[in-house]
Design a protein around this ligand. Structure first.
Ligand SMILES: [Ca+2]
Ligand SMILES: [Ca+2]
Ligand SMILES: [Ca+2]
Length: 275
C-alpha cells in the first residue's frame, strides 16, 4: 500500500499580462493553474481559483471544464480537474480605468485551503500592468452676461466661450444655453472662433433655451465663441423669484464626449430682469 502522502497534488497559479497599457481599454491577461505533482494518480478535483484585479474590472474569465463568474474586480473559476502534470490556461479580460495607475492581477488556487497539497506556499501568482491615462478632451465653458437687463424692451448679450483644455480632439461640441424665463422671447446666436456652430432656438419649451451644435471637432487648446442676444420677458415671467434670472451654458450637455474632467462644463450668469 502506498503512503498516502505520495499521492498529494501540488497546485500552483501564475498570472501573465502586458507590462504597459493605455487606460480606458481592455487587456487580456492569462491565469495558468497547474498541478505540478509528478506522482501518478495525484489528481486534484473540484479545484477553485480566485482572481482579483484591484482598481480594474474583470470583464470576462472562462475555461473549458470550469465554471467562472465575475463580479467587479473579482472572478472565481471552480470545478476544474487537474491530473498530475496537467494545467489549464484561463484568459482574463481586464477593463482598465482611464487614468495613470498600476493594476495587479492576482490569482490564488485553492484559496479556501480545502485541497491537501504537497506544498501550500506556491499557490499564488500575479502580473502588474503599468497603465497610462489615455489622451482625452476636456471641454469647458465660461460665460459673461449683463448683471441686469430691462425686460421686454432691452436686449441682453450672453457670450459663451467653449475651450478644449484637454489633449485630444473633442467631437461633437454641443452647447445648451438655458434660462429660467418663460413667455415669448427672441434669441439669436452669433458664432466665431476655431469652429462654427449651428444654433436653433426651439419655440416649444416653457423655458427659453438655445441649442448650438458644433460643425467640426474642437482641437486641443482651441476655443470658439457663441454670442446669444436675447430680449427677456417681463420680470413676472421669470420662474422663481421675480426678476431673478439664471442663465446657464453647458457644453456636452448630452454627455456624448468622454472627458478628463466632466465637472467644468457648465457656467452660470445671474442677471436681474428689471421692469
Ligand atoms: Ca500548491
Ligand atoms: Ca470638461
Ligand atoms: Ca462629457
Amino acid at each position: 500500500m502506498l503512503d498516502p502522502v505520495v499521492k498529494l497534488p501540488d497546485l500552483t497559479a501564475t498570472a501573465t499580462g502586458p507590462e504597459t497599457a493605455t487606460g480606458g481599454g481592455t487587456v487580456n491577461d492569462t491565469v495558468r493553474v497547474s498541478n505540478i505533482s509528478s506522482t501518478l494518480g495525484a489528481t486534484a478535483r473540484a479545484v477553485s481559483v480566485r482572481i482579483t484585479a484591484g482598481g480594474a474590472t474583470i470583464a470576462a474569465a472562462a475555461a473549458t471544464g470550469w465554471i467562472c463568474s465575475t463580479a467587479g474586480s473579482t472572478a472565481t473559476c471552480s470545478g476544474g480537474t487537474l491530473a498530475n502534470g496537467g494545467s489549464v490556461s484561463i484568459p482574463v479580460a481586464v477593463r482598465l480605468p482611464a487614468a495613470t495607475t498600476s493594476i495587479t492581477l492576482s490569482a490564488t488556487v485553492d484559496p479556501g485551503g480545502v485541497i491537501v497539497e504537497r506544498s501550500e506556499t506556491n499557490n499564488s501568482g500575479s502580473a502588474t500592468t503599468a497603465v497610462t491615462a489615455p489622451p482625452l478632451p476636456d471641454l469647458r465653458t465660461t460665460m459673461t452676461g449683463p448683471s441686469s437687463v430691462r425686460g421686454l424692451y432691452a436686449a441682453g448679450v450672453w457670450t459663451i466661450t467653449v475651450t478644449n483644455a484637454g489633449n485630444a480632439p473633442a467631437s461633437p461640441v454641443d452647447v445648451r444655453w438655458l434660462t429660467n424665463w418663460g413667455g415669448d422671447v427672441n434669441a439669436n446666436a452669433v458664432i466665431s472662433g476655431a469652429i462654427g456652430f449651428t444654433c436653433i432656438v426651439p419655440p416649444e419649451y416653457m423655458q427659453q433655451m438655445a441649442y448650438c451644435y458644433g460643425t467640426a471637432a474642437l482641437q486641443p487648446g482651441a476655443s470658439a465663441t457663441i454670442v446669444i442676444t436675447a430680449v427677456p420677458p417681463a420680470p413676472t415671467n421669470v420662474y422663481g423669484s421675480t426678476g431673478a434670472s439664471t442663465v446657464t451654458a453647458m457644453v456636452d450637455y448630452r454627455q456624448s464626449v468622454t472627458e478628463s474632467n466632466e465637472n467644468n462644463n457648465a457656467s452660470t450668469v445671474y442677471s436681474t430682469i428689471l421692469p
